[in-house]
Design a protein around this ligand. Structure first.
Ligand SMILES: C[S@@+](CC[C@H](N)C(=O)[O-])C[C@H]1O[C@@H](n2cnc3c(N)ncnc32)[C@H](O)[C@@H]1O
Length: 277
């Protein structure tokens, strides 16, 4: 997923926000940092900045002593109004990435993030995959209808659970309501099959394919599970708890979805499925 974001969407940049130098080290905060990969890259790239991460879980991808400017904090619940002992009014950049499906209340989260930014200077950067399957031209190819159906199920189950997976189309308004100004949005098309004449489009398609299939690999015990993929990871909890479906059924459905994303299911040049990021 990181390749898709940093290489595909940001074309090699770690972030789009232009950080303004100031006296003292820049303060950067990664909210819901996951493995900590992005924060580690940033800590390595800006060794004169202080990089903090918060998450429910500890970050896993690092020898901490190698990065004295990296400060992981866990468990910290970002749905709370205060984030551990972090100082309000202090961060130059707050980043929130891939949090759709983890946030019960976006207005509240954005208001809290606003509080932690350096007044008049701090910037927020949101990066999300919009999981809505899209097709151009419409209508969806008949062999992809299971993908559309899966998404409808996931929206329903995640809404019932109070953790909507759907990207909020009104994000700009939510940011404004939270106090942000100078808001811009970039929408990037991530196709399942890239255009043959466009190398970047093709690379983006490869990164997306890797991201959705990355769960097909070995698990932590080195056991290969061909029935695992990103669709299973996104839906297993919700479908079993909200609909009472068996694990086997969820895996079968998700495997059918995965098949529809493979270019060989139709003519590659005309394969129309994509997402937005
Ligand atoms: C899909 S991952 C995204 C990780 C990372 N931002 C990235 O771009 O790869 C979502 C992360 O949010 C964390 N998370 C979910 N709910 C949270 C909460 N209430 N407070 C803090 N972290 C939370 C999860 O532990 C997980 O690491």
């Amino acid at each position: 997923m990181h390749e898709l974001i940093e290489h595909g969407a940001l074309r090699g940049l770690l972030h789009e926000a232009r950080l303004r130098p100031r006296s003292g080290p820049l303060e950067i905060l990664d909210v819901g940092s996951g493995t900590g990969k992005w924060a580690i890259w940033v800590a390595a790239a800006y060794n004169d900045a202080e990089v903090t991460t918060i998450d429910l879980l500890p970050i896993t991808a690092v020898e901490l002593q190698e990065y004295p400017n990296l400060h992981p904090k866990s468990p910290v619940d970002f749905t709370r109004d205060r984030w551990a002992d972090l100082r309000v009014d202090s961060f130059d950049l707050v980043r929130l990435a891939l949090l759709c499906g983890c946030v019960p209340d976006w207005p509240r989260l954005l208001s809290t993030a606003f509080k932690y930014l350096l007044p008049g200077v701090g910037q927020i950067e949101l990066v999300e995959i919009d999981h809505t399957p899209r097709s151009a031209p419409e209508p969806f190819p008949i062999q992809s209808l299971v993908f559309v159906q899966w998404w409808e199920y996931l929206k329903e189950a995640s809404n019932r659970a109070g953790l909507p997976m759907e990207y909020r189309e009104d994000t700009e308004r939510l940011l404004e309501d939270a106090g942000f100004v100078d808001i811009s949005r970039k929408r990037i098309r991530c196709p399942y099959v890239g255009h043959p004449d466009d190398k970047h489009d093709q690379d983006t398609a490869d990164w997306l394919a890797n991201a959705v299939r990355s769960f097909e690999g070995d698990d932590e015990r080195g056991v290969r599970d061909e029935n695992m993929n990103a669709f299973v990871a996104l839906s297993m909890f919700h479908f079993t708890t909200q609909f009472g479906w068996s694990e086997q059924l969820v895996k079968r459905l998700c495997n059918d979805v995965l098949q529809t994303t493979r270019p060989q299911t139709t003519c590659p040049r005309e394969y129309p499925l994509y997402h937005y990021m």
